[in-house]
Design a protein around this ligand. Structure first.
Ligand SMILES: C[S@@+](CC[C@H](N)C(=O)[O-])C[C@H]1O[C@@H](n2cnc3c(N)ncnc32)[C@H](O)[C@@H]1O
Length: 364
């Protein structure tokens, strides 16, 4: 194992943890959803089941990297009045936290917010500041990931973390540009303590454009990956989405097996899968939906609402690139990326042998 341990807040079924384990880094995840925790335990991932707000850096004294993908519902309505209000609230709290305003006052005001989930996006900042102020051991690196609407929050985080001595980069990344067979955009922040500049990972694959040949371009980037390449189906197929069409069948999103999947959401099992002759085929299994997110084929999805667990996760392949960039490592090798195809459940740590208290008797 590489000598870093990541504490992963809002760890879900383990998208980031799978990436870290493949890089040889131990993780500890905090997650309150019992279904996601069931999957994590089946996968052998270290899991603290509970509310992130009830833990802090001192509960994970060995962890020197902080990661987090806080829930995002209040920001996905960005552009609406509620989204803008949530954003303004969060930006004001970031300033107060960095100014080290009285914690209790801040907590009191947070509890008054219209939607209490708004405050969860501030939890990684609380952990980062507490590690500096109370543990006297700042996190060596920080990695945050969320839907695009959260980018202005990460920009405020960037300013805050820079003022605490971190080098920071943040921006939008497209998953298919890193070889994920799915188009999905994520707002990502990476930060590293110390002087050296950090940079988000550079794309390895081309950005998907509908109707454009996947191998056009100057050859400096690989063609995007397709559903057909990663799923074991006998013949080409079309995926027909019912999502966001307002009931108009003509507006339904369609992607062919020769394209990347549309964004995998918790509702992926509602999508129809049909052959090119119009024959109705089996809808995606959990293993297939997981593969579109670059989880191993045999990842032990468990508990209820597996579709939602899969849709919530960060694609492990993207997370491998992001973690490597955050640590200042070279881009991951094909060998590491290919190792994502399968999963080996980690052996549980042998129980520590209790150290007897008192004087050890001498036997002569
Ligand atoms: C967007 S998902 C993160 C997925 C994760 N990064 C992954 O890659 O699998 C957000 C997760 O936060 C969890 N969550 C929400 N509020 C929480 C809280 N207060 N404490 C712990 N977990 C929480 C949700 O159950 C959900 O699994």
């Amino acid at each position: 194992m590489h000598p870093v341990q990541i504490v992963d807040l809002f760890a879900g079924p383990g998208g980031l943890d799978v990436a870290a384990e493949k890089l040889g880094i131990a993780t500890a995840g905090v997650e309150w959803d019992s279904a996601a925790c069931t999957t994590r335990r089946a996968a052998g991932l270290a899991t603290w089941e509970g509310d992130v707000r009830r833990f802090g850096p001192s509960d994970f004294p060995d962890a020197d990297v902080l990661a987090g993908g806080p829930p995002c519902q209040t920001f996905t309505v960005a552009g609406t009045g509620a989204g803008r209000r949530a954003l303004d609230d969060v930006l004001a709290f970031v300033d107060r936290m960095v100014a080290r305003e009285d914690r209790e006052e801040i907590s009191k005001d947070l509890s008054k917010l219209e939607d209490e989930r708004t405050g969860l996006v501030l939890e990684p900042l609380r952990w980062a500041l507490e590690a500096i102020d109370e543990r006297d051991k700042p996190y060596r690196a920080i990695v945050l990931e969320q839907v695009p609407a959260v980018l202005p929050v990460w920009e405020a985080y960037a300013k805050a973390l820079q003022s605490e001595g971190y080098a920071v980069d943040c921006g939008l990344l497209r998953t298919e540009a890193f070889g994920v067979p799915q188009t999905r955009k994520r707002a990502v922040l990476i930060a590293r303590m110390g002087g050296e500049a950090v940079q988000l990972p550079s794309p390895t694959h081309r950005t998907y454009r509908k109707g454009v040949a996947r191998d056009s371009g100057d050859g400096s980037l690989k063609p995007w990956s397709t559903m057909g390449e990663v799923l074991d189906r006998e013949s080409p197929f079309l995926v027909i989405s019912n999502y966001g069409t307002g009931g108009d069948p003509k507006a339904r999103g369609r992607r062919g097996s020769w394209e990347p999947s549309a964004t995998v959401t918790g509702k992926i099992s509602r999508n129809r899968v049909v052959g090119l002759d119009g024959e109705e085929l089996d809808r995606f299994s959990f293993s297939e939906a997981g593969r579109l997110q670059t989880f191993p084929t045999d990842y032990p999805w468990s508990g209820r609402d597996v579709g939602q667990q899969i849709g919530n996760a960060v694609p492990p392949r993207l997370a491998i690139h992001v973690l490597s960039a955050a640590f200042g490592w070279n881009p991951p090798s094909d060998e590491v990326l290919d190792s994502l195809r399968t999963w080996t459940v980690a052996e549980p740590e042998p129980e520590a042998i209790p150290v007897p208290s008192g004087t050890v008797p001498e036997y002569v």
